[in-house]
Design a protein around this ligand. Structure first.
Ligand code: SF4
Length: 626
């Protein structure tokens, strides 16, 4: 793999490599990339891998190879404390809770003492603390070179370090931002790079679809209103009715959210705009936001020259108005630069307190490929899960690179000895009403045999709750007490830490637990998957992509839905065997694996596990010596 990658680097070509778990894929790309010289950019999908590559692998290799290499880790701007917003938050003293006050104090101390300002180094303020958006910047509200704190700004210090480094590790969002020339932390960086490595490349089509789209959120709106009120009152209190102006914006936003909820969209759900009833009325509500923004824009203009930060609101308001304007006019298209002439679907989604308005391109791979063509360097795309039954075709089509060179390297693990795939004899139909309860019942004896140490991966949050509830009932009936960790009861990191420490826990989770998790050894011995993780066909993006492929005379199931589900299934299954000493059972409870013609393709895509349909054999696996 390293030699093939070295060739691709020399030719400045595109090379796609699937490397099964345990092949040492990071070494296989880092060694040739470092030895070839020049500037290297590595982009990953998850923070876990970003940290592993930067902190472990690069350090090990540069030492082993005797190279003197400057490397840097660059994250999205929301990962760094924004000194300007931190100072403003302190000065305002308007925090919502006592917890926020405690966190603000910790962040202020941290910003004074820490060199990087990277919030992951401040353990005492949790990732999901409500204070973070107030003291970090976004692309819209950052003042960049106009900022009084620009010279000591953490975001720009990290960017300068990255620019000077030989090897930079980033994430796919930053990489795509630079590729699409979106103004963000990484800017005009790619032209200086000689080798690009995109690890966890299976995530790229999905991230590209989100990224090459365009949209806005109610959170952006409330953020703007909050900033305008604070800045207006601070710098030009006599210049306008800042409170009522900003309250009108917030109130118009609340009305829009209510109007969406009244159309039957629940928090967490999303729907195609053109499927919503009484669309004209909804457009009318959205246009009230624009009217309120226009009034604020006038006030900012009237007070121009009184304060730099207040002045900077002008372009921010007009940027947001431009995005919103395409949601008011029927048949209007998103900003052409944003969707690159691609067909797109326009959808709205509701969150617990906000709403999102997004236009998603239906063929993001086309944009990706066009942007790749404009870049002169070598591109290496790699992941453990790119093929469908040994074929790269669906992935290459999806990412827009159908003619790219591609090759697979199998995992060196002895799956037939180390792992057992258990497909129970009588599997319930995934359409059965009590499917989740039946899943928990069928898995329970195997969980007991495994002594806990189980991941139960479900396809929906509703299924997580129902499976967990049924497991609690089974434990009560049997008098067997195993620690049960359920998604939603704590953060993902806290649940995983608890899982590792307890050593006999059962963790029930949905999609976010299917990938990017590394639990080695005996702590994880059983992975139970309720059903094949097909994306819901009524999701607006999935539905529109299916419609588009059908219109082109292609087969959406085989080209899009099945490959996506198999990638996720392979990721879920991949949690089980992490090194040559790991052993475990993978249990899948979806009878479509055996009853549908595509079941064979799915099974052929999984590693070559031993197989059984007998519960007794699955239970015995845990009693056998390795
Ligand atoms: S340059 Fe941007 S991120 Fe940095 S301190 Fe100023 S506003 Fe914050």
């Amino acid at each position: 793999m390293a030699l093939r990658i070295l060739d691709a680097i020399a030719e400045r070509g595109t090379f796609v490599a699937e490397a099964g778990t345990g092949t040492g894929k990071t070494f296989a790309y880092l060694v040739p990339a470092l030895l070839a010289g020049g500037k290297v950019l590595v982009s990953t999908g998850t923070k876990a891998l970003q940290d592993q590559v930067f902190r472990k692998d690069v350090a090990t290799l540069t030492q082993a190879l005797g190279l003197r290499i400057e490397s840097a880790l660059l994250k999205g701007r929301q990962n760094y404390v924004c000194l300007l917003r931190l100072a403003r938050t302190e000065a305002e003293g308007l925090l919502a809770s006592r917890q926020d006050v405690v966190h603000l104090r910790a962040i202020t101390r941290f910003a004074r003492l820490n060199a990087s300002g990277d919030r992951s180094e401040l353990a005492e303020v949790p990732e999901n603390a409500s204070i973070w958006p107030t003291v970090t910047s976004t692309r819209e509200n950052c003042l960049g070179q106009e900022c009084a704190r620009f010279d000591d700004c953490f975001v720009y210090k990290a960017r300068r370090a990255a620019q000077a480094a030989d090897l930079v590790v980033v994430n796919h969002h930053l990489f795509l931002a630079d590729l699409a020339l979106r103004d963000d932390v990484l800017r005009e960086f790619l032209p200086k790079v000689d080798t690009v490595v995109l690890d966890e490349a299976h995530q790229l089509p999905k991230i590209a679809a989100d990224f090459f789209g365009s949209g806005w959120t109610l959170a952006q709106l409330t953020d703007l209103a909050h900033d305008a009120r604070a800045l207006g009152l601070h710098a030009a209190a006599d210049g306008a009715e800042w409170i009522s102006l900003t309250q009108s914006i917030e109130s118009a936003g609340r009305h829009v959210r209510l109007a969406i909820a009244e159309r039957g969209i629940a928090p967490g759900a999303r729907a195609a705009l053109d499927r919503l009833p009484r669309l004209d009325e909804l457009r009318g509500e959205i246009s009230r936001i624009d009217t309120a923004l226009a009034a604020l824009a006038d006030a900012v203009k009237t007070n121009q020259g009184r304060d730099d930060e207040l002045d900077a609101l002008g372009p921010r308001i007009s940027g947001l108005r431009q995005l919103i304007s395409t949601w008011i006019e029927p048949e209007s298209k998103p900003e052409p630069a944003e969707t690159d002439g691609n067909e797109f679907v326009r959808w709205v989604g509701l969150t617990a307190h906000g709403a999102q308005f997004q236009a998603t391109p239906l063929a993001p791979g086309e944009t990706f490929a066009r942007l790749r063509e404009q870049q002169p360097q070598a591109w290496i795309l790699t992941s453990a899960t790119l093929t469908l039954a040994n074929s790269f075709e669906p992935y290459l089509q999806d990412i827009g690179l159908p003619r790219a060179q591609a090759q697979r390297w199998d995992s060196p693990f002895d799956f037939a000895r180390q792992a057992l795939l258990y497909l129970p004899q009588s599997m319930p139909s995934p359409l059965a009403r009590d499917f989740s309860e039946l899943v928990a019942d069928a898995a329970w004896p195997v969980i007991v045999a495994a002594g806990g140490r189980t991941f139960m991966l479900c396809t929906t949050l509703r299924a997580v709750e129902r499976v967990a509830e049924q497991l609690r009932r089974r434990m009560a009936i049997d008098g067997t007490d195993l620690p049960l960790l359920v998604q939603g009861t704590s953060t993902r990191t806290a649940l995983l830490d608890a899982f590792r420490q307890l050593g006999n826990a059962v963790l029930v989770g949905s999609v976010s637990f299917w990938e990017g998790i590394d639990v080695r050894g005996e702590a994880l011995s059983l992975v139970v998957i309720d059903k094949l993780p097909f994306s819901p066909p009524d999701d607006p993006v999935v539905e529109a992509r299916i419609r588009r492929l059908r219109a082109l005379g292609r087969n959406p199931f085989l080209e899009y839905q099945l490959p996506q589900a198999v990638t996720l299934l392979k990721q879920g299954a991949g949690r089980l065997i992490r090194d040559e000493n790991d052993r475990g059972v993978l249990m899948i409870l979806d009878d479509r694996l055996l009853t549908k013609p595509y079941g064979k393709t799915v099974l052929a895509s999984l590693p070559p596990f031993s197989r059984t349909r007998k519960e007794e054999e699955a239970c015995r696996f845990f009693r056998r010596d390795p």
